[in-house]
Write a protein that binds this ligand. Structure first.
Ligand SMILES: Cc1ncc(COP(=O)(O)O)c(C=O)c1O
Ligand SMILES: Nc1c(O)cccc1C(=O)C[C@H](N)C(=O)O
Length: 395
């Protein structure tokens, strides 16, 4: 049985704050600050360039990838870290499309995060492919035999709607297409089973539910049956089979190592590595059960107290990730009023109040405080202020 009291205590959350925005940026594990500080003083400062070998900085993208593999139903040696998620989306989709050169269509849905669609659109223009975007509920029906790549974000960033990875992957394979799964809102939030679903490529970020910190590196997974065949289009020197031979011809490294691009962000990855310690001893089944308990309790309490709000997430917990959205015409101002009371969720345009539940540190007390705070703010209309309507640059 996972000890969620232990995991909650591993975080340095400000007192008096109810934090329900770990689906955008996870909070800092206390050990991350100490670990980064030690890395600076003992490794960078003392070892200088020798740190790449002595401190294991060069091998870090694979070692950290191995720790993430367990959380997403993948095997050891199958995941590598680096770059931003947008870059990893490009790598996965471009490699998958190159494996289906006689087909032009990349299929995605309008619930996908815009960056994924921008990346696929740019790629499609560069390689004479076509990006086809359908409504989330129409994805399965749109899988046709001209499809090269199905590119889906498993959990919708706005609604929390969860696609059926196994069923969509099977359907894509039936028509001869490959799948790319974006796990940004899944890794550390739901029970992902990449190998069991027979997915082809997967990518994700680590600054949300994995708590790696702002700008923490992304990950990429390639099914072992493709790992030695997939050709990275973004061919960087650290994905070369012998980077320090400085060969002028690109020869991809064996397996997942070829999905490395350039120098890894060692300081950021050190913080992430410390954050992954918190996951030791956490069962993903327990995590999923607790996530469902928290989101169900939140929906019930908000609906009982806030008649002005409309649920914007699937009601069936099996079709939902670890977040809940409610719509309100003045959602931005309502969220600012809530944040002013120490209850932090976020706003997603045009009118969604979004709340992420991270079982590692959220509990039923958070659910009650957030639902009751929301009810209070709506009842006394304390959101109705000009300064709460002023949008910040980052929302
Ligand atoms: C589903 C999804 N894809 C891509 C991104 C973009 O990630 P990054 O800014 O790390 O490139 C995000 C979050 O910002 C996301 O939620
Ligand atoms: N990556 C972010 C950032 O650098 C600034 C603010 C927000 C983000 C996010 O990750 C947003 C997130 N993908 C979302 O689902 O809204």
């Amino acid at each position: 049985m996972t000890d969620f009291n232990r995991t909650r205590q591993a975080f340095d959350l400000p007192s008096g704050i109810t934090y329900l925005d770990g689906n955008s940026l996870g909070p800092m594990p206390t050990s991350a600050a100490e670990r980064v500080s030690r890395m600076m003083s003992e490794e960078w400062s003392r070892m200088l360039i020798t740190g790449w070998n002595k401190a294991g900085w060069y091998a870090q993208p694979r070692k950290v990838g191995d720790r993430i593999a367990r959380l997403i139903g993948a095997g050891s040696g199958q995941v590598v870290m680096g770059d931003t998620l947008s870059i990893k989306v490009f790598q996965a989709v471009s490699a998958a499309r190159a494996m289906r050169p006689d087909r032009r269509v990349i299929l995605s849905d309008s619930g996908n995060f815009p960056s994924d669609l921008y990346v696929a659109h740019g790629l499609a223009a560069a390689v004479d492919a076509e990006l086809r975007v359908v409504a989330p509920e129409d994805v399965e029906a749109a899988i046709s035999d001209d499809l090269a790549v199905l590119m889906i974000t498993e959990v919708d960033y706005r609604t929390g709607r969860r696609h059926d990875m196994k069923a969509l992957t099977r359907k894509a394979h039936e028509v001869g297409a490959l799948t790319v799964w974006d796990l940004a809102h899944s890794a550390g939030a739901v029970d992902v089973a990449l190998l069991d679903c027979d997915a082809d490529f997967a990518v994700g970020c680590t600054y949300k539910y994995l708590n790696g910190g702002p700008g923490a590196p992304a990950f990429i997974w390639v099914h072992p049956q493709h790992a030695d065949k997939a050709r990275p289009i973004l061919q960087g020197w650290m994905g070369h089979h012998a980077p320090f031979d400085f060969d002028l011809d690109y020869q991809p490294a064996a397996g997942i190592e070829r999905m490395r691009v350039g120098t890894p962000p060692v300081i950021a990855m050190t913080a992430l590595d410390a954050a992954l310690d918190v996951w030791e001893g956490v069962s993903i089944d327990d995590l999923r059960a607790r996530s469902i308990e928290l989101t169900e309790a939140f929906i019930a309490r908000v609906e009982a107290r806030c008649p002005d709000l409309v649920l914007h997430s699937p009601r069936d917990p099996l079709q939902r990730g670890s977040q809940v959205g409610f719509r309100h015409p003045q959602a931005y101002a309502v969220m600012q009023a809530l944040i002013a009371e120490g209850i932090i969720g976020d706003f997603r345009a045009p009118d969604v109040l979004r709340f992420g539940f991270a079982p590692l540190y959220n509990d039923l007390g958070d659910v009650e405080r957030a639902a009751d705070g929301l009810a209070r703010i709506l009842a006394n209309q304390s959101w109705d202020r000009d300064d709460y309507r002023q949008r910040a640059d980052v929302t």
